[in-house]
Design a protein around this ligand. Structure first.
Ligand code: AHR
Length: 513
């Protein structure tokens, strides 16, 4: 049986021809007609909850202010972590958090962040500006993970510290016996060892993590990974479209790694002029969504290279940095950007892609959690705003642990200038209780869509949309973009779902009795 994406691709091409033929007769207000045929067959292994993971870096106001206000703050907090933000994150569910970088990780000495806070050294934050006073270190971060209920993914320094520093950090955190480092942890206030599930051996070693050649990185990776025990060993992979790097790592480090990373950032422009987070036009909308969908090509390409040396798919692919990256407005903190309905669309399209690649993609971490890049939460002093991206994560919660199903989608493409996009994008999965989960994204900012399906019964869930393409939530208008209830009942032709323009609909259809 052919891959469902290929089926969808062929049919899309056919639908494109049909759409071009009839386009002159189409009224912009007429719904786009799409058809989704759901198969009972699984399309791959389950959707790991880890693909709804997060990335937290010491950058801008991500950690300090956004999450950490300190125990003395008038902003309600628990041991320094703000209660409003932690509460919102608990609600949306954080399966895994990657910390402390990013580029910051390869300039970080874990010893700076333990012991008496007042005595911790102050260092320059080489990548994101200002200074790092190390008020948040290992004990504080682990407390955050426990408060949120998240697994821990430590991004450890391979770029500027020896292997012994990495293995000592792990020992400090996880040793239950009476070693010198475990006793030091106890003296610093933590008796019970923490659980550390994942260790990243360096970050972007081809760039900010040390500007290494792949061959050199692979040798170093093997050396550092030798001294890590009982963790998932994650090698820094690609972020530049460099397939040969993946091949070198798989060839030389295969037995010493359990996962490889991929970084993929979405932007309407390029690195020299990324584009604005709000106030953009339909062309920028289309370019952004096109860029977002490009992640599928990268995942497929990297997976193919991995398959050559690992056809059993032992090594996982972690997309441990993904999301939108726009130009930072003048005067804003490092990497701060507003978050609009467009970002929620990017999140939904990315989730759909991850669901199509569950055989390899076992984790993905949005960059980043709070106040940095495509954040779920923005803060201003004591106030907190949940972004449209937060709501996209919330809508998709039922997909965590569900099994993706084969499905064929016929949906005509639409054009904005020179950018062609599918009008509708979909993901289908079976939940543990047998119900069918549908996530449908209408990418067209002008036209509604009607998606006819072969399903029966009643669909219930939520829809996320707004009047403007750059609609966003602010402290003054925190509810400008929020989900609304959605339901549809099957008629004689089966279940059809009406999607407003520029919308995300996630519904569950109970199993037929
Ligand atoms: O997320 C911001 C930065 O992007 C990270 O520090 C780095 O890994 C990537 O280049």
């Amino acid at each position: 049986m052919s891959h469902p994406c290929l089926d969808a691709g062929k049919k899309l091409a056919l639908a494109a021809v049909m759409a071009m033929t009839i386009s002159s007769a189409v009224n912009a207000a007429d719904p786009v007609q799409a058809r989704l045929t759901v198969d009972a067959e699984p399309a791959g292994p389950r959707i790991e909850p880890g693909v709804y993971g997060h990335f937290v870096e010491h950058a801008g106001r991500g950690v300090y202010e956004g999450l950490w206000v300190g125990p003395e703050s008038s902003i309600p907090n628990t041991r320094g972590w703000r209660n409003d933000v932690v509460g919102a994150l608990r609600q949306v569910g954080v399966p895994v958090m990657r910390w402390p970088g990013g580029c910051f990780a390869d300039d970080y000495d874990w010893r700076d962040g333990i012991g008496e806070p007042a005595k911790r050294p102050v260092r320059p934050n080489r990548w994101w500006g200002g200074v790092e006073d190390n008020r948040v270190g290992t004990h504080e971060f682990m407390d955050l993970a426990e408060q949120i209920g998240s697994e821990v993914y430590i991004a450890a320094n391979m770029g500027s510290m020896p292997p012994r520093a990495m293995s000592h950090w792990l020992e400090y955190m996880t040793e239950g016996g009476k070693t010198t480092l475990a006793e030091e942890r106890r003296r610093n206030g933590r008796d019970k060892p923490w659980k550390v599930k994942y260790v990243g051996v360096g970050n972007e070693s081809w760039g900010c993590g040390g500007n290494m050649r792949g061959e050199y990185q692979a040798d170093l990776h093997n050396q550092y990974a030798t001294f890590l025990r009982d963790v998932v060993r994650v090698a820094s992979g690609d972020g530049q479209g460099n397939d040969p790097l993946i091949d070198v790592l798989m060839e030389r480090s295969g037995p010493h790694l359990d996962a490889l990373t991929l970084h993929y950032y979405t932007m309407p422009g390029d690195w020299s002029k990324k584009g604005d987070a709000t106030g953009f036009d339909a062309q920028q909308w289309a370019k952004t969504l096109k860029s977002a969908l490009g992640i599928e090509g990268r995942i497929a390409a990297v997976s193919r290279v991995m398959d050559k040396r690992d056809d059993k798919k032992r090594v996982a692919l972690y997309v441990d940095e993904w999301g939108t990256w726009y130009d930072t407005p003048a005067g804003a903190s490092a990497l701060w950007q507003q978050n609009s309905l467009r970002d929620a669309m990017v999140a939904a399209l990315s989730f759909n892609v991850f669901h199509r690649h569950t055989a390899r993609v076992k984790m993905a971490n949005i960059a980043q959690m709070v106040n940095v890049l495509q954040a779920l939460v923005l803060t201003e002093g004591p106030r907190m705003v949940l972004t449209p991206t937060y709501h996209a994560f919330d809508l998709y919660q039922p997909f965590k642990g569900a099994t993706p199903l084969k499905a064929t989608l016929q949906a005509p493409p639409f054009r904005t200038g020179d950018v062609e996009l599918p009008s509708v994008e979909a993901s289908v999965a079976r939940a543990a209780d047998g119900s069918t989960l549908l996530a449908l994204v209408n990418l067209d900012p002008q036209r509604p869509a009607r998606v006819a399906t072969n399903l029966k019964g009643t669909a219930q869930g939520r829809v996320l949309t707004a009047a403007a393409i750059d609609a966003h939530n602010t402290v003054a208008r925190p509810q400008a973009v929020v989900p609304a209830p959605y339901s549809a009942r099957a008629g004689a032709q089966g279940l059809a779902l009406d999607l407003p323009p520029k919308s995300i609909v996630v519904v569950s259809v109970p199993a037929a009795r």
